[in-house]
Design a protein around this ligand. Structure first.
Ligand code: ASP
Length: 242
């Protein structure tokens, strides 16, 4: 009602001033699907870890995505359940299979903005570095986890996951390689390490510092210069074992 009243007043003013008002003609409302199609698309590979470790049954990939309020306003999220285990149980063969899957996904889907990988935090830094060296694409691969499980007061998994999606969807993340996103911070998979078994701010790149931050908006301060992803010498396409 406010807008229609405003429109009438504007039209009256323009009529008095003799202005051509055709530019004010109301555009047909954009269909919801059209708006959704314009959003960046991010694909998630869920592997398990504390982020999904709910008492009485682990959260599935679908449940994890559904736990982020209003994600569909920012990102078109798709996903698949790659594994649902503690990170210490993931084998090297599964790491290879995951890297290959991500490479195939990027190759086949040029409209994909980036990928998100959920992981337990025990081996998260190793997985992120591995993907930093073996995903052969400029588009971001963001590894994310949580320190508190979904049955704990103050579970931060959904917030971390939302941040991971925003980072993977952001064009500024291109060329940044394998990234780790937790606790509003973006770290390089090459540099980051887990420093504490309990604290939420456990992931640190020490003196290197964060690459950037994500508080609703993604902001970078520096870029990794060592060879990685698209410029990496490591091709896992035909490797069966590490
Ligand atoms: N033990 C868990 C894991 O690495 C820890 C975590 O997810 O934070 O899967």
């Amino acid at each position: 009602p406010f807008h229609s009243a405003l429109r009438v007043i504007l039209l009256a003013c323009f009529a008095i001033a003799g202005v051509d008002t055709r530019f004010l003609a109301q555009a047909p409302a954009a269909p919801a699907q059209q708006a959704a199609a314009a959003l960046p698309r991010v694909h998630m590979f869920a592997t398990g870890g504390t982020i999904s470790n709910r008492n009485g049954g682990r959260l599935t990939m679908d449940e994890l995505i559904a736990s982020i309020p209003n994600l569909d306003r920012r990102v078109r999220a798709t996903g698949e359940q790659f594994l649902n285990v503690a990170s210490g149980q993931v084998t090297m063969e599964q790491w290879l299979a995951l890297a290959r899957k991500i490479n195939e996904k990027f190759k086949a889907e040029k409209d994909l903005a980036g990928v998100v990988v959920t992981s337990g935090t025990d081996t998260l830094e190793e997985l992120a570095y591995f993907l930093h060296l073996t995903v052969r694409d400029d588009r971001p691969c963001v590894v994310v986890g949580a320190m508190r499980n979904p049955s704990t007061l103050g579970y931060e998994g959904a917030a971390n996951l939302e941040e991971a999606f925003l980072v993977a969807a952001d064009p500024a993340s291109r060329g940044m390689g394998g990234l780790v996103v937790l606790n509003n911070e973006i770290n390089s998979g090459r540099e980051v390490t887990k420093t504490d078994a309990k604290l939420l701010n456990t992931f640190s790149s020490h003196d290197y510092g964060v690459l950037g931050t994500v508080y609703d908006r993604v902001q970078y301060f520096r870029k990794p210069v060592k060879r990685h992803t698209a410029a990496s010498e490591f091709d896992v396409a035909k490797i069966e074992a590490l």
